[in-house]
Design a protein around this ligand. Structure first.
Ligand code: TRP
Length: 390
Protein backbone atom coordinates (compact mmCIF):
# COMPACT_ATOMS: atom_id res chain seq x y z
CA UNK A 1 0.00 0.00 0.00
CA UNK A 2 2.80 2.28 0.87
CA UNK A 3 4.40 2.20 -2.55
CA UNK A 4 1.19 2.41 -4.45
CA UNK A 5 -0.05 5.25 -2.33
CA UNK A 6 3.13 7.18 -3.01
CA UNK A 7 2.50 6.91 -6.72
CA UNK A 8 -1.13 7.78 -6.86
CA UNK A 9 -1.77 10.25 -4.09
CA UNK A 10 -1.68 13.87 -5.10
CA UNK A 11 -0.84 14.97 -1.61
CA UNK A 12 -0.03 18.39 -0.43
CA UNK A 13 1.34 17.75 3.01
CA UNK A 14 2.36 20.68 5.13
CA UNK A 15 4.62 20.63 8.08
CA UNK A 16 2.96 23.49 9.81
CA UNK A 17 5.68 25.18 11.76
CA UNK A 18 8.52 24.33 9.46
CA UNK A 19 7.40 26.16 6.38
CA UNK A 20 7.51 24.40 3.05
CA UNK A 21 4.88 21.90 2.05
CA UNK A 22 6.23 18.38 1.74
CA UNK A 23 4.61 16.82 -1.28
CA UNK A 24 5.57 13.16 -1.10
CA UNK A 25 3.68 10.59 0.86
CA UNK A 26 6.60 8.58 2.25
CA UNK A 27 7.16 11.36 4.76
CA UNK A 28 3.91 10.36 6.36
CA UNK A 29 5.25 6.96 7.21
CA UNK A 30 8.58 7.99 8.64
CA UNK A 31 7.57 7.01 12.14
CA UNK A 32 7.40 3.35 11.28
CA UNK A 33 10.81 3.46 9.65
CA UNK A 34 12.95 4.24 12.62
CA UNK A 35 16.66 3.65 12.92
CA UNK A 36 16.13 0.55 14.95
CA UNK A 37 17.16 -2.42 12.82
CA UNK A 38 14.37 -4.43 14.46
CA UNK A 39 11.89 -2.23 12.66
CA UNK A 40 12.75 -3.84 9.34
CA UNK A 41 10.81 -6.87 10.58
CA UNK A 42 7.74 -4.74 10.50
CA UNK A 43 6.32 -4.93 7.03
CA UNK A 44 2.57 -4.59 7.09
CA UNK A 45 0.78 -6.35 4.28
CA UNK A 46 -1.34 -4.18 2.01
CA UNK A 47 -4.79 -3.24 3.15
CA UNK A 48 -7.60 -4.83 1.19
CA UNK A 49 -8.96 -1.39 0.66
CA UNK A 50 -6.01 -0.58 -1.60
CA UNK A 51 -7.86 -1.69 -4.71
CA UNK A 52 -10.53 0.82 -3.81
CA UNK A 53 -8.03 3.60 -3.75
CA UNK A 54 -6.73 2.54 -7.07
CA UNK A 55 -10.13 2.35 -8.65
CA UNK A 56 -11.01 5.77 -7.40
CA UNK A 57 -7.71 7.46 -8.01
CA UNK A 58 -8.68 9.43 -11.08
CA UNK A 59 -11.20 11.70 -9.39
CA UNK A 60 -8.81 12.43 -6.55
CA UNK A 61 -5.95 12.93 -8.97
CA UNK A 62 -7.67 15.52 -11.06
CA UNK A 63 -7.88 18.05 -8.23
CA UNK A 64 -4.91 17.80 -5.90
CA UNK A 65 -6.02 20.90 -4.03
CA UNK A 66 -8.86 18.88 -2.51
CA UNK A 67 -6.51 17.34 0.03
CA UNK A 68 -4.09 18.93 2.46
CA UNK A 69 -2.54 16.98 5.32
CA UNK A 70 -0.86 18.93 8.10
CA UNK A 71 1.52 16.65 9.90
CA UNK A 72 2.05 17.83 13.46
CA UNK A 73 2.24 14.41 15.05
CA UNK A 74 5.81 13.34 14.80
CA UNK A 75 7.78 16.05 16.44
CA UNK A 76 10.03 14.50 19.05
CA UNK A 77 7.96 11.38 18.66
CA UNK A 78 10.78 9.02 19.46
CA UNK A 79 12.05 10.90 22.51
CA UNK A 80 8.55 11.24 23.91
CA UNK A 81 7.78 7.56 23.32
CA UNK A 82 11.00 6.58 25.12
CA UNK A 83 10.24 8.84 28.06
CA UNK A 84 6.66 7.66 28.39
CA UNK A 85 7.59 3.98 28.18
CA UNK A 86 10.22 4.45 30.87
CA UNK A 87 7.89 6.43 33.12
CA UNK A 88 4.98 4.02 32.68
CA UNK A 89 6.86 0.78 33.11
CA UNK A 90 8.81 1.93 36.15
CA UNK A 91 5.86 3.44 38.04
CA UNK A 92 3.83 1.59 40.63
CA UNK A 93 1.43 0.23 39.48
CA UNK A 94 2.94 -0.05 36.03
CA UNK A 95 1.08 1.33 33.04
CA UNK A 96 1.33 1.86 29.31
CA UNK A 97 0.11 4.96 27.46
CA UNK A 98 -2.95 4.21 25.32
CA UNK A 99 -2.04 6.77 22.68
CA UNK A 100 0.80 4.48 21.53
CA UNK A 101 -1.66 1.72 20.69
CA UNK A 102 -2.42 3.45 17.41
CA UNK A 103 0.60 2.94 15.20
CA UNK A 104 0.01 1.72 11.66
CA UNK A 105 -0.68 -1.86 12.68
CA UNK A 106 -2.53 -0.81 15.84
CA UNK A 107 -4.93 1.36 13.84
CA UNK A 108 -5.73 -1.63 11.66
CA UNK A 109 -6.20 -3.88 14.65
CA UNK A 110 -8.63 -1.36 16.08
CA UNK A 111 -10.57 -1.51 12.82
CA UNK A 112 -10.67 -5.27 13.25
CA UNK A 113 -12.01 -4.86 16.81
CA UNK A 114 -14.88 -2.91 15.30
CA UNK A 115 -15.76 -6.04 13.30
CA UNK A 116 -15.86 -8.60 16.11
CA UNK A 117 -19.25 -9.65 17.47
CA UNK A 118 -18.61 -8.57 21.04
CA UNK A 119 -17.57 -5.01 20.24
CA UNK A 120 -21.01 -3.51 19.69
CA UNK A 121 -20.30 0.28 19.95
CA UNK A 122 -19.23 0.78 16.35
CA UNK A 123 -22.24 -1.01 14.90
CA UNK A 124 -24.62 0.66 17.36
CA UNK A 125 -23.31 4.11 16.49
CA UNK A 126 -23.41 3.34 12.81
CA UNK A 127 -27.05 2.32 13.16
CA UNK A 128 -27.79 5.66 14.83
CA UNK A 129 -25.97 7.66 12.19
CA UNK A 130 -27.53 5.68 9.37
CA UNK A 131 -31.01 6.22 10.75
CA UNK A 132 -30.68 9.84 11.79
CA UNK A 133 -28.03 11.42 9.54
CA UNK A 134 -30.56 13.60 7.69
CA UNK A 135 -32.04 14.80 10.93
CA UNK A 136 -28.60 15.61 12.34
CA UNK A 137 -27.61 17.48 9.19
CA UNK A 138 -30.96 19.27 9.44
CA UNK A 139 -29.93 20.66 12.84
CA UNK A 140 -27.31 22.77 11.03
CA UNK A 141 -28.98 23.68 7.74
CA UNK A 142 -26.29 26.09 6.56
CA UNK A 143 -23.20 24.33 7.85
CA UNK A 144 -20.49 23.51 5.29
CA UNK A 145 -17.74 22.25 7.61
CA UNK A 146 -17.38 18.97 9.52
CA UNK A 147 -14.52 18.53 11.95
CA UNK A 148 -13.84 15.07 13.29
CA UNK A 149 -11.55 14.44 16.22
CA UNK A 150 -10.08 10.92 16.14
CA UNK A 151 -11.42 10.16 12.68
CA UNK A 152 -9.62 6.82 12.11
CA UNK A 153 -11.05 5.19 9.01
CA UNK A 154 -13.97 7.67 9.02
CA UNK A 155 -16.29 4.88 7.88
CA UNK A 156 -19.17 5.95 10.13
CA UNK A 157 -18.63 9.56 9.16
CA UNK A 158 -19.69 8.66 5.63
CA UNK A 159 -23.29 8.62 6.82
CA UNK A 160 -23.03 12.25 7.83
CA UNK A 161 -20.92 13.31 4.86
CA UNK A 162 -23.56 11.82 2.59
CA UNK A 163 -26.38 13.64 4.36
CA UNK A 164 -24.45 16.91 4.30
CA UNK A 165 -23.34 16.70 0.68
CA UNK A 166 -26.88 15.83 -0.39
CA UNK A 167 -28.02 19.15 1.01
CA UNK A 168 -25.03 21.30 0.03
CA UNK A 169 -22.80 22.21 -2.92
CA UNK A 170 -19.46 21.77 -1.16
CA UNK A 171 -18.32 20.33 2.12
CA UNK A 172 -15.04 20.83 3.95
CA UNK A 173 -14.07 17.84 6.08
CA UNK A 174 -11.36 18.38 8.69
CA UNK A 175 -10.33 15.01 10.13
CA UNK A 176 -7.88 14.86 13.02
CA UNK A 177 -6.09 11.65 13.89
CA UNK A 178 -2.88 10.66 15.62
CA UNK A 179 -2.19 8.17 12.82
CA UNK A 180 -1.05 9.80 9.57
CA UNK A 181 -1.48 6.49 7.80
CA UNK A 182 -5.12 6.17 8.80
CA UNK A 183 -5.65 9.76 7.68
CA UNK A 184 -4.04 9.36 4.28
CA UNK A 185 -5.91 6.14 3.57
CA UNK A 186 -9.30 7.37 4.70
CA UNK A 187 -8.89 10.75 2.98
CA UNK A 188 -8.18 9.09 -0.35
CA UNK A 189 -11.14 6.79 -0.04
CA UNK A 190 -13.46 9.68 0.87
CA UNK A 191 -12.25 11.91 -1.95
CA UNK A 192 -12.85 9.06 -4.36
CA UNK A 193 -16.42 8.69 -3.13
CA UNK A 194 -17.51 12.32 -2.86
CA UNK A 195 -16.56 14.71 -5.67
CA UNK A 196 -17.72 17.83 -3.84
CA UNK A 197 -15.67 17.12 -0.72
CA UNK A 198 -12.48 18.94 0.26
CA UNK A 199 -10.30 17.62 3.07
CA UNK A 200 -7.92 19.46 5.33
CA UNK A 201 -6.50 16.81 7.63
CA UNK A 202 -4.41 17.08 10.78
CA UNK A 203 -2.12 14.30 11.93
CA UNK A 204 -1.89 15.48 15.51
CA UNK A 205 -3.10 14.94 19.01
CA UNK A 206 -6.40 16.59 19.81
CA UNK A 207 -5.07 19.61 21.64
CA UNK A 208 -2.43 20.32 19.01
CA UNK A 209 -5.07 20.10 16.32
CA UNK A 210 -7.56 22.32 18.16
CA UNK A 211 -4.84 24.96 18.48
CA UNK A 212 -3.98 24.71 14.77
CA UNK A 213 -7.43 24.63 13.15
CA UNK A 214 -8.00 27.11 10.32
CA UNK A 215 -10.38 30.04 10.77
CA UNK A 216 -13.92 28.88 10.23
CA UNK A 217 -16.12 30.51 7.62
CA UNK A 218 -19.35 32.32 8.48
CA UNK A 219 -21.47 29.16 8.64
CA UNK A 220 -21.80 26.90 11.67
CA UNK A 221 -19.35 24.02 12.02
CA UNK A 222 -20.21 20.59 13.34
CA UNK A 223 -17.55 18.95 15.52
CA UNK A 224 -17.73 15.17 15.73
CA UNK A 225 -16.26 13.11 18.50
CA UNK A 226 -17.54 9.66 17.66
CA UNK A 227 -16.94 6.17 18.93
CA UNK A 228 -16.54 5.82 22.64
CA UNK A 229 -13.37 7.86 22.76
CA UNK A 230 -14.76 10.23 25.37
CA UNK A 231 -14.81 7.19 27.67
CA UNK A 232 -11.05 6.84 27.46
CA UNK A 233 -10.56 10.11 29.31
CA UNK A 234 -10.56 10.29 33.10
CA UNK A 235 -13.51 12.50 34.12
CA UNK A 236 -11.46 15.67 34.77
CA UNK A 237 -9.67 15.14 31.48
CA UNK A 238 -13.02 14.69 29.68
CA UNK A 239 -14.07 18.07 31.08
CA UNK A 240 -10.80 19.69 30.07
CA UNK A 241 -11.17 18.26 26.58
CA UNK A 242 -14.77 19.40 26.03
CA UNK A 243 -13.79 22.76 27.37
CA UNK A 244 -10.96 22.95 24.84
CA UNK A 245 -13.43 22.14 22.06
CA UNK A 246 -15.85 24.71 23.42
CA UNK A 247 -13.19 27.40 23.31
CA UNK A 248 -12.67 27.07 19.55
CA UNK A 249 -16.42 27.12 18.84
CA UNK A 250 -18.74 30.05 18.27
CA UNK A 251 -22.30 30.42 19.54
CA UNK A 252 -23.93 28.79 16.53
CA UNK A 253 -21.57 25.79 16.31
CA UNK A 254 -22.52 22.29 17.39
CA UNK A 255 -20.86 19.20 18.88
CA UNK A 256 -22.00 15.63 18.21
CA UNK A 257 -20.59 13.38 20.89
CA UNK A 258 -20.71 9.57 20.89
CA UNK A 259 -20.89 7.92 24.30
CA UNK A 260 -21.24 4.29 25.26
CA UNK A 261 -23.87 3.66 27.92
CA UNK A 262 -23.66 1.93 31.28
CA UNK A 263 -24.96 -1.63 31.05
CA UNK A 264 -24.50 -5.17 32.32
CA UNK A 265 -21.04 -6.40 33.20
CA UNK A 266 -21.01 -9.34 30.83
CA UNK A 267 -21.66 -7.28 27.71
CA UNK A 268 -19.08 -4.70 28.70
CA UNK A 269 -16.32 -7.13 29.64
CA UNK A 270 -16.80 -9.14 26.44
CA UNK A 271 -16.60 -5.96 24.36
CA UNK A 272 -13.12 -5.32 25.76
CA UNK A 273 -11.90 -8.92 25.59
CA UNK A 274 -13.32 -10.67 22.54
CA UNK A 275 -13.01 -14.43 22.20
CA UNK A 276 -11.12 -14.21 18.93
CA UNK A 277 -8.32 -12.33 20.66
CA UNK A 278 -8.31 -9.26 18.43
CA UNK A 279 -8.43 -6.91 21.41
CA UNK A 280 -5.56 -8.80 22.99
CA UNK A 281 -3.56 -8.42 19.77
CA UNK A 282 -4.37 -4.71 19.71
CA UNK A 283 -3.04 -4.24 23.23
CA UNK A 284 -0.07 -6.60 22.94
CA UNK A 285 0.92 -4.69 19.80
CA UNK A 286 2.07 -1.91 22.10
CA UNK A 287 4.61 -4.33 23.60
CA UNK A 288 5.55 -5.36 20.07
CA UNK A 289 6.04 -1.71 19.26
CA UNK A 290 8.36 -1.32 22.25
CA UNK A 291 10.26 -4.37 21.01
CA UNK A 292 10.59 -2.85 17.54
CA UNK A 293 11.28 0.73 18.38
CA UNK A 294 13.18 0.43 21.66
CA UNK A 295 14.95 -2.84 21.05
CA UNK A 296 13.17 -4.70 23.84
CA UNK A 297 12.50 -8.40 24.30
CA UNK A 298 8.92 -8.69 25.59
CA UNK A 299 7.71 -12.25 25.04
CA UNK A 300 4.32 -11.49 23.50
CA UNK A 301 2.93 -14.91 24.46
CA UNK A 302 3.62 -14.26 28.12
CA UNK A 303 0.85 -11.71 28.60
CA UNK A 304 -2.89 -12.13 28.99
CA UNK A 305 -5.55 -9.46 28.59
CA UNK A 306 -7.76 -8.61 31.57
CA UNK A 307 -10.82 -6.41 31.14
CA UNK A 308 -13.05 -5.93 34.14
CA UNK A 309 -15.99 -3.63 34.77
CA UNK A 310 -15.60 -1.54 37.88
CA UNK A 311 -19.23 -0.68 38.44
CA UNK A 312 -18.63 1.77 41.26
CA UNK A 313 -16.34 3.80 39.01
CA UNK A 314 -18.46 3.21 35.91
CA UNK A 315 -15.51 2.05 33.85
CA UNK A 316 -14.01 -0.99 32.16
CA UNK A 317 -10.40 -1.37 33.29
CA UNK A 318 -8.15 -2.88 30.65
CA UNK A 319 -4.77 -4.29 31.57
CA UNK A 320 -2.14 -6.82 30.59
CA UNK A 321 -1.19 -9.52 33.07
CA UNK A 322 2.20 -11.11 33.17
CA UNK A 323 1.52 -14.85 32.95
CA UNK A 324 4.79 -15.78 34.67
CA UNK A 325 7.64 -14.17 36.53
CA UNK A 326 9.85 -12.61 33.89
CA UNK A 327 12.56 -10.06 33.22
CA UNK A 328 12.28 -7.77 30.26
CA UNK A 329 15.18 -5.91 28.80
CA UNK A 330 14.55 -2.62 26.99
CA UNK A 331 17.95 -2.02 25.48
CA UNK A 332 17.40 1.44 24.02
CA UNK A 333 16.41 2.66 27.50
CA UNK A 334 19.11 0.66 29.25
CA UNK A 335 16.32 -0.63 31.46
CA UNK A 336 15.43 -4.04 32.86
CA UNK A 337 12.06 -4.61 34.51
CA UNK A 338 11.14 -7.61 36.61
CA UNK A 339 7.52 -8.65 36.44
CA UNK A 340 5.99 -11.01 38.99
CA UNK A 341 3.59 -13.74 37.90
CA UNK A 342 0.13 -12.17 37.87
CA UNK A 343 1.46 -8.61 37.89
CA UNK A 344 -0.64 -6.19 35.91
CA UNK A 345 0.28 -3.39 33.55
CA UNK A 346 -2.65 -1.01 33.27
CA UNK A 347 -3.41 0.12 29.74
CA UNK A 348 -6.69 1.98 29.55
CA UNK A 349 -9.98 2.78 31.24
CA UNK A 350 -13.20 2.98 29.25
CA UNK A 351 -15.77 5.04 31.16
CA UNK A 352 -19.43 4.42 30.50
CA UNK A 353 -22.04 7.16 30.68
CA UNK A 354 -25.72 7.63 31.35
CA UNK A 355 -27.76 10.57 30.12
CA UNK A 356 -27.43 12.46 33.39
CA UNK A 357 -23.65 12.12 33.26
CA UNK A 358 -23.70 13.52 29.73
CA UNK A 359 -25.95 16.44 30.59
CA UNK A 360 -23.73 17.30 33.56
CA UNK A 361 -20.58 17.02 31.47
CA UNK A 362 -22.08 19.49 28.99
CA UNK A 363 -23.24 21.90 31.66
CA UNK A 364 -19.78 21.98 33.19
CA UNK A 365 -18.08 22.78 29.89
CA UNK A 366 -20.27 25.32 28.11
CA UNK A 367 -22.63 23.01 26.24
CA UNK A 368 -26.33 22.21 26.51
CA UNK A 369 -27.46 18.70 25.61
CA UNK A 370 -30.14 19.29 23.02
CA UNK A 371 -30.85 15.83 21.61
CA UNK A 372 -29.85 12.26 22.22
CA UNK A 373 -30.34 9.41 19.76
CA UNK A 374 -30.02 5.76 20.81
CA UNK A 375 -29.60 2.58 18.76
CA UNK A 376 -32.51 0.11 18.80
CA UNK A 377 -30.92 -2.00 21.57
CA UNK A 378 -30.23 1.20 23.58
CA UNK A 379 -26.60 0.41 24.12
CA UNK A 380 -25.03 3.55 22.69
CA UNK A 381 -25.84 7.24 22.45
CA UNK A 382 -25.18 10.07 19.99
CA UNK A 383 -25.55 13.42 21.68
CA UNK A 384 -26.04 16.79 20.08
CA UNK A 385 -24.70 19.64 22.19
CA UNK A 386 -25.31 23.31 21.50
CA UNK A 387 -22.84 25.92 22.66
CA UNK A 388 -23.87 27.94 25.70
CA UNK A 389 -22.09 30.72 27.56
CA UNK A 390 -18.97 29.68 29.39
N1 TRP B 1 -12.35 4.07 22.30
C1 TRP B 1 -12.47 2.64 22.29
C2 TRP B 1 -13.32 2.21 23.48
O1 TRP B 1 -13.06 2.58 24.58
C3 TRP B 1 -11.12 2.03 22.28
C4 TRP B 1 -11.03 0.58 22.58
C5 TRP B 1 -11.76 -0.44 22.09
C6 TRP B 1 -10.12 -0.01 23.46
N2 TRP B 1 -11.34 -1.62 22.62
C7 TRP B 1 -10.34 -1.38 23.44
C8 TRP B 1 -9.13 0.54 24.24
C9 TRP B 1 -9.59 -2.20 24.25
C10 TRP B 1 -8.39 -0.30 25.02
C11 TRP B 1 -8.62 -1.67 25.02
O2 TRP B 1 -14.28 1.51 23.28
Amino acid sequence: MRRMAAQVLPLNIRKKRFGQPVTRLPFLYSRTRCDNPASSQYRPTPLKRTFDLNAKKSSAETSPSRLVIHDLAQRNGHAEFSQDVRAGLTSNPRHLFPKYLYDELGSRLFEAICEVDEYYPTRAEDEILKTHAEEIAGCLPTSDTLIELGSGSAEKTRRLIEAFTRQRQELLFIPVDISPTALATSAQALLGSYPNLRIEAYAADYYQALAALPDFGPHPVLVLFLGSNIGNFEPPEARRFLHAIRRVLRPHDVLLLGADLKKDRQTLEAAYNDALGVTRAFIVNELARINRELDANFDLWAFGLRSSYNEAMGRVEVSLESLRAQSVNIRALDLTIDLAAGEKIHVENAYKYDLDDLRTLGNETGFALERTWLDSAERFSSNLFRVTDL
